[in-house]
Design a protein around this ligand. Structure first.
Ligand code: LIP
Length: 273
């Protein structure tokens, strides 16, 4: 089987694990009538038995091969390790779509060495798309190098916009209004990881969400950077991997225009809160 970065043992493991996890996730997705799920913060913040089982599968495989590595996962939180490596995993990103039978979900695995993300893998089981990235070695989709859109602008591209109940709602509504007034258009599928992967391969012009968690975006941010794109610092000043923060990513030509819209929307939102 083709392996994009064959000489990195953590990549070789991560690649096999994400494919095995995808197979397991597809079996849950094929039998939603039996799937148990529950609410976290509210009806839009949900978790299913698939999320928990897939995270447990990934954690067990990491522990078997790299027992001294740390792991930060959406469902079980942080397990520190002395090796200096930290695996950041979202077992099902787009859980809301998943439980409603919509195929816009994925599995995301990132590996950090110190403060640097060095590996990123995102698999969308419903399409079979496998995005992989290694720091300073590029990003590939199904074994072929990809790059961000070098031509899209706010008024010609499609922008991914994340929305959730962790932030003041006006931060989203004000941004959407300004984006539309600027001649832009948005798409939201509830999977920040998948949106960032679509930016990396040039399908989306960029992605913005006022708050996202590290497990949703760590892999995708590396992919955008390795695809020649620009990403704002994450999680940003005064925040940690466990608090999360805003995510902004796009082709370099979009940076100024996108940042101006974000700044204006936060100013407008602030006048309401
Ligand atoms: C999701 C994120 C998305 C955000 C959703 C949710 P989950 O992660 O990927 O960006 O808008 O509220 O947090 O919960 O599906 O793993």
């Amino acid at each position: 089987m083709h392996c994009e970065f064959p000489y990195d043992p953590r990549f070789v493991l991560a690649r096999q694990v994400i494919l095995d996890a995808a197979t397991r996730a597809r079996s849950y997705f094929a039998d939603l009538a039996s799937l148990e799920s529950s609410q976290k913060l509210n009806g839009q913040d949900v978790v299913s038995e698939a999320d928990k089982a897939i995270e447990a599968l990934i954690r067990a495989r990491i522990a078997a091969s790299f027992p001294d590595d740390g792991v930060l996962g959406e469902e079980e939180g942080l397990k520190e390790g002395p090796s200096g490596y930290l695996w950041v995993i979202d077992p099902i990103d787009g859980t809301s779509c998943f439980i409603h039978g919509i195929d816009q979900w994925c599995i995301s695995i990132a590996v950090m060495k110190g403060n640097d993300t060095v590996l990123g893998l995102i698999c969308q089981p419903s399409t079979g798309d496998l995005f992989v990235a290694k720091k300073d070695a590029g990003v590939q989709l199904n074994g072929r190098p990809v790059h961000v859109s070098r031509t899209s602008t706010i008024s010609t591209g499609l922008l991914g916009v994340g929305a959730n109940f962790r932030i003041p709602l006006r931060q989203v509504s004000c941004f959407i209004q300004l984006l539309l007034e600027a001649g832009g258009m948005f798409i939201r599928n509830g999977s920040g990881a998948l949106m960032l992967a679509q930016v990396a391969c040039g399908r989306l012009a960029g992605y913005y969400e006022p708050h996202i968690n590290a497990w949703d975006c760590a892999a995708g941010l590396l992919m955008v950077r390795e695809a020649g794109g620009w990403t704002a610092e994450f999680p940003g000043e005064g925040r940690t991997l466990q608090t999360g923060g805003p995510v902004i990513a796009a082709g370099a030509q979009m940076r100024e225009e996108l940042l101006a819209l974000v700044a204006r929307s936060l100013e407008d939102a602030g006048t309401f809160s």
